[in-house]
Design a protein. Sequence first.
Length: 55
Amino acid sequence: MLYLWNAWLRLVNDSWLTYQEIKAYCELTGLVFTPGEVEQIRTLDRLYWRTLNDN
């Protein structure tokens, strides 16, 4: 899971992550994520934004 955390840290920006952003990241880095891994990255992102907006 650490590699997914590292990917999310590189992807996080000023808005919710999109599938297109994750796809572009994979194309640029040569990484290949399974559909489940993409969903895990998006889940990390949703948790981040929910936590940030709760304050």
